[in-house]
Design a protein around this ligand. Sequence first.
Ligand code: COA
Length: 182
Amino acid sequence: MLHSIIKKGSELSPEELEVMNRERKKVFDSQIEWNEITKEHFFNDLFFVIKNSENTIVSFGRLIDITVFVEQTPYMILGIGSIVSVTWKKGYGKELMSSMKKYILEKGKTAVGFCGEQKSEFYRKCGFEIISQGVKNFVYVDKKGKRNFDEGDVVYLSGKDGLVEKILNNPHIVIEHEVPHW
Ligand SMILES: CC(C)(COP(=O)(O)OP(=O)(O)OC[C@H]1O[C@@H](n2cnc3c(N)ncnc32)[C@H](O)[C@@H]1OP(=O)(O)O)[C@@H](O)C(=O)NCCC(=O)NCCS
């Protein structure tokens, strides 16, 4: 039996963090380990954790509160990130995304994540929507004001704020944010 847990980063146990750090290193080659010293990177985020009957983590992911700007207008969205299944193709990812989707729909907020196009089908199968090559519209503005662009697909659920409609209606729209990796 799988069960779903939702908790803040500050509530994750050392054992949970160990599994997440190990898996993030393995699949994303993550350079920042989540621990007491790096807590500003994850303490305030909301974590979705799927565990099996032995209480072992089988998949996890997080939602981050992010403000993006379209021509100076702020939109408070949820950033979908760190989506990982410890063992693949056993339905653990789908279970995770189902728990996350339920939460996002309850909040009514727009949720956005970035993925390589080879992962889009997974998100589609989990009931999320895709903007093919949509990442190019998002600009990460770093602390020095440098503008950084990337490539890939956008995975999203549309909220009440109308942001997704704006993106779909304008292929050249520029969406600025100050979050390097989410
Ligand atoms: C992507 C990932 C989370 C998928 O998790 P998973 O537990 O294997 O997914 P599931 O078994 O729940 O699969 C759900 C459905 O998506 C499909 N699917 C899973 N991975 C897929 C992929 N890479 N491409 C296409 N379809 C995929 C499954 O076949 C399944 O289809 P079905 O419902 O028709 O049976 C997992 O492969 C992973 O952790 N990858 C490394 C980290 C990563 O890339 N995360 C995403 C970053 S954007």
